[in-house]
Structure formats: C-alpha cells, structure tokens
Ligand binder design. Structure first.
Ligand SMILES: Nc1ncnc2c1ncn2[C@@H]1O[C@H](COP(=O)(O)OP(=O)(O)OP(=O)(O)O)[C@@H](O)[C@H]1O
Ligand SMILES: [Mg+2]
Length: 471
C-alpha cells in the first residue's frame, strides 16, 4: 500500500538553478513545485502539504535562513534542506540552528541530493503509517460512547457487555439514527476478536452487481472489468468481525450465498471454483421492517432465523426521556470543542423544546440540530430560537401523530396525546403557564395538575410562581 508522495518545494532565486534541480528531481520520479522567493514559499507552506523544503541560502528578499526559521514555526515536522555556495562550518551550524534538517554545499553530485530526499521520503512514509495506526487504535468503539441513562440504554449496554465476548451472530433492528452502527462497533471492540479486523459493508451503498464480489472477491476475468484477482472483504475480516449494514437491502440471490457462508464459513470467489473458508463473526443491521420484508418475499425467512441468534433493538430517541438532554449536552461539548467555542449550555426552554419533539431521525437528527445550534449561537446558552421549527416539521408529517403509534391501552394513548398537545401549546406560548392555560381554556391550576400527572416538568418546581421559565 504505497502512498503517493506530496511534492518537494524548491526555492531558488536563480532560474537556471531552479530548472536544473527541478529537472533532476522530476527524472527521479518526484513531484516538484518551484518558487523564486521565500515569501512565495511561505504562502504555499501554509496552504499545502510538501514532502520537504529545499532552499538556497541567498534569496532575493528574505534570506534562506530566515525562511527556515519561519517555516519551522509553522510546520515543525517538515524536513528542510539548505543548499549554499558559501559553505563554511559556521554557516552550516547557523543553518541547522535555523531549523534545517541538513545542509548541502554547492557543487553537489545528484546522488548526494537524492540520498537526502530518499531519507525524507522514508520519514514521510513512517509518519503516514503511524497516523493510520493511531487512527485504527483510537477509532475503536467504546461502551462509554453510547450515551444514555434511561432504562432502555442501561440495559442495552449491559446486553452488549454480555453478548460481545461470545461468537453469536447478531441482528440489530431499529429506526434510522438509533445507534445501530455504534452497537456493532462496541460488540467487536469488546470481543476477543478486537485485535483483528473489523470490516463494515453498507449493503445499500454498493450496487447489487458488485456486492457479491465485494463480499467474497472475484477471480481474474470473472466478468468484464475483472482485470485482476480480488480478495473478498470476508477474507480481510478473517479472525475478526464483519458488519453487514442495511442487510435488508441485499438481493435475494446474494442472501442465498450469505446463508451458505453463515452455515460453515465457506464461500467461493465470483468466477472461481475453489471452496474457501474463513473464521468470521457476523453482525447485521437494518432499519427496514424485516418481518414485512419477509412477508413481501424480499427477505429470506431462513436467513432471518440464521441471523437472528441474538437480537438488539435500540429504542427510538422519543422513548428515552431525559436522555435527549444528556445527548444534547454531549453533542454541545463535542461541537463547541471542535469549533473552538466555549462550551454552551442548554437553556431550560430549549431543553423543553427538545423533549417535546418526536425525533423521527433519532440521535442523528439530534446531533445535527445541536451542530446547527452551535454554529448559529454567538452566546453561551442555546435558546429555542437556535433550534429548528419542529412544529412546522411535524405538520409535514401529520399522518404519524400519537394516534398512529400502536398504544398498549386507550388510557396510555390518551395520555400521550394530551402530553404532546400540552407541550406544543407551552412551546407556542413561550412556556408561559398563564397564556397556555388561557389558550387551552383550562384554569392555571388545572394545567399545573395535568402537567404534574403527565410528568411535564417545566421549571423543576411546578408550584413556583414564575410563569415564564427563562427570559
Ligand atoms: N447513544 C448514543 N450516544 C452517543 N451518540 C450516539 C448514540 N446513538 C447514536 N449516536 C450517534 O448518532 C449518529 C447515528 O448513529 P448510527 O450511525 O449508529 O445510527 P444507525 O442506527 O446506524 O442509523 P441508520 O439506520 O440510519 O444507519 C452517529 O453519529 C452516532 O455516533
Ligand atoms: Mg447505520
């Protein structure tokens, strides 16, 4: 896996010298960018990545030494080589002090220059490799990343802890944005397979015709365009875990091949006859109604049973109560941090607005809402105005109000309906109890009573005499 190298930045005020050195480097296969002044070099260093900087000591404006000093401040890791016609030990020492990695007196043989550059290239490759490894280590999913103290989430984390160390096939079912991918990642990270690869394939994002070859690989010439043999992702996942995301979108013919793979770990590459075998744990997820897909003959029932050894069902966000606020605060910290802003808090009316929303896009939607609020808000507290007009959005989706959800009982359905109605009215009236009561044609006391019964806690002290929660 060799990474293409970024160009070398060459600074020399003499045109001939620039052309000669650039020619030598290009012939050796390096990309080169040439400029004639330190000023131009400085600008480029700010904008782009370079393998190294090669500069002459004497330039028209700012000297090569000064350029080294400035570039070292901006890019401490950039290797820098100084070339000069007036080589003395004193000047060499000065160049190194200014930040040069090395020093080359003129005239020099091309081999000497190439030796320096190849050292820099080697160093660059190591840096890139290190960065990739670091990312691999830190991208490991952890259980603590799954935020939530509602009963459903506490149980979910417990269940992950128990199931992760086993080899059981797992099926994760849940609405879009409920954290299915996080669960799959945590299952791998907490298993003995964590030292081996975790391969995720989004079955909906790969064209049907290519998915089989992506999963199981292909032999050279298996189809037009198969110029070389290609290993399957299941081979890459050998000893580790494969996560088939959006499995509900897999074609029926591939479902049959997956079933065989699940029985004993065997498969053949597309266009190949050999039977291959790997040791892979399979996790799968979908946000589709899988039972309906089976009824519609789009999903094989036998595959469903084979996958469904252990089932996870992350609850929708609207059923997680105060977790909405916990998650909002978590995302506030995250986005304020990444945008370099001081950490904002959530004003109570804004929190209530979040609690009242139906969250069809679940945690992903909340994450986006908070990111937007952080961008829009110049202050330290997120207020309702920084949040989208959820009321307008819910009007667009009239059909699935509280009536559409299947309630356990009529009482529960009525309570849900009443709660949503009161929350919406409170929001419309800027959380003024007086105005809301007036609008709903009930007494203030009656509204307070209903709010208490329905667990609508607008100010932490329902008997306080403040009518508006926060100004
Ligand atoms: N409990 C949680 N704590 C913290 N972040 C979460 C939680 N659940 C989900 N997220 C975040 O929300 C976003 C969506 O989660 P994820 O991609 O896992 O959802 P999904 O169920 O796979 O959705 P889809 O069905 O659309 O693929 C991600 O950025 C994820 O990190
Ligand atoms: Mg997903």
């Amino acid at each position: 896996m060799s990474q293409p190298l970024p160009p070398i930045l060459l600074v020399d005020d003499e045109k001939n010298m620039r052309l000669t050195v650039a020619g030598m480097l290009t012939d050796e296969g390096y990309a080169v960018e040439t400029v004639e002044s330190a000023e131009q070099a400085e600008q480029l260093i700010d904008k782009r990545e370079f393998l190294m900087l090669i500069t002459d000591a004497h330039l028209g404006g700012i000297s090569g030494y000064e350029l080294l000093l400035r570039a070292r401040k901006r890019r401490p890791e950039l290797p820098m080589l100084m070339i000069t016609a007036y080589a003395t030990p004193k000047l060499a020492a000065e160049a190194i002090r200014a930040g040069a990695t090395d020093y080359l007196p003129k005239p020099f043989a091309p081999e000497e220059l190439f030796l320096h550059i190849s050292r820099c290239a080697e160093r660059y490759r190591l840096l890139v490799e290190n960065a990739v490894l670091r990312e691999k280590v830190t991208s490991g999913y952890r259980l603590e990343q799954i935020i939530g103290e509602s009963q459903g989430m506490v149980e979910l984390r417990d269940f992950i802890r128990r199931i992760a160390p086993t080899n059981a096939t797992v099926l994760i079912l849940g609405e879009s944005g409920t954290g299915k991918e996080l669960i799959a990642g945590a299952l791998h990270s907490l298993s003995a397979r964590a030292r081996n690869n975790y391969v995720r394939i989004n079955c909906a994002a790969i064209p049907e015709t290519l998915l089989e070859s992506e999963l199981f690989g292909h032999e050279k010439g298996a189809f037009t365009g198969a110029l070389k043999q290609k290993l399957g992702r299941v081979e890459e996942a050998d000893g580790g875990t494969i996560f088939l995301d959006e499995i509900g979108d897999m074609s029926r013919s591939l479902q049959a091949k997956l079933l065989r793979f699940l029985e004993d770990g065997t498969f053949s590459r597309v266009g190949g006859n050999d039977e291959l075998k790997v040791n892979v744990r399979l996790l799968a997820a979908t946000n589709r109604d899988i039972i309906q897909a089976i009824r519609d003959n789009q999903f094989r029932e036998d595959l469903y049973h084979r996958l469904n050894v252990v089932q996870f069902r992350p609850p929708p966000l609207r059923e997680r109560g105060q977790d909405v606020c916990l998650l909002a605060e978590h995302f506030l910290k995250h986005f304020c941090g990444s945008l370099g802003k001081p950490v904002m808090t959530l004003a109570r009316p804004a929190a209530l607005k979040l609690l009242a929303h139906h969250w069809p896009g679940n945690v992903r939607e909340l994450r986006n809402v908070i990111e937007r609020a952080v961008i829009l808000n110049p202050g330290l507290q997120v207020q309702p105005v920084h949040l989208p007009d959820f009321e307008l959005e819910s009007k667009l989706r009239k059909s699935d109000g509280p009536i559409a959800a299947v309630p356990d009982s009529l009482d529960e359905a009525m309570a849900n309906f009443e709660k949503q109605l009161i929350l919406a009215a409170l929001e419309r009236n800027h959380f003024s109890i007086n105005k809301t009561a007036e609008r709903l044609k009930v007494t203030r006391h009656s509204l307070r009573y209903r709010m208490q019964r329905l667990n609508i806690n607008v100010d932490g002290n329902p008997d306080a005499d403040t009518d508006t929660l926060e100004k």
